[in-house]
Design a protein around this ligand. Sequence first.
Ligand SMILES: [Zn+2]
Length: 298
Amino acid sequence: MRRLALSLAFLIATAPAAAAQVNYDTVQIRTVKAGDGVYMLMGVGGNIGVSAGADGVIMVDDQYAPLSDKIKAAVAALGGPIRFLINTHWHWDHNGGNENFARSGVVTVAHENVRHRMSVEQFVTAFNRHVPAAPSGALPLVTFTDSVNFYLNGDSIHAFHVPPAHTDGDAIIWFRRANVVHMGDLFFNGRYPFVDLSSGGSVEGMVAAVDRVLALADGNTKIIPGHGPLADRTGLQTYRDMLARVRDRIKRAVAAGQTLEQVQAAKPTAEFDAVWGKGTITPTLFVEIIYTDLSARR
Ligand SMILES: [Zn+2]
């Protein structure tokens, strides 16, 4: 049984990131074109992906419930009706609008572990946060274990699960013709990523998931991260290099028997902090999560 030992100071430091402080009335949904008929929508919470065309709309993730009307308006400007909504994983900042969309006839789809986790109360250790079970109307109506394909708008849209990475229910959505990939929280562009160990996540799995996308992407692929601006293969490679470098350093330290305090004192992320260290996952918390994960797997 793995034990997490995140210190109280970090819990206090990150707890205020809760969405309760957001004034949704002032949020604007920004639309960024990612490929032919495919768009990224940015508001508050996880980035949304949209394919819009003659067959209607398929959406990926939906942020928070109070934003559903604004998101619907932004999507309506691109096309409609919305037919399918895929959740990249169970976290509340990616599927808070599920019930609103399902009520208007949208078929919600996710990996089966997303439905499992949403069905019962969850505790996210890194944020010291209890997340209540979602109402039944918010649960994905269709689940898959390995992958599922959608054939809309002349595209073949491949949603596939990867072994535990950000959580144990992650899906990557590949819009093959448009050459766009939505990675959910497997990719934080420009900030240290969160690895949700309490939801079955794994640092090694994060690197492996990134490698899956690097293998299918080419120089023209656009990549929608869970958080941060639209990226391409080069940007994803830079993220992968950072992640693997920090993992390798901490792995060596764990193998040498160092304590978390010793590893943090050595500042294994120092060279990356100016670029990646400004998000919710601070350098100290990032090191702590990786250390906790790797030391539990020895
Ligand atoms: Zn997440």
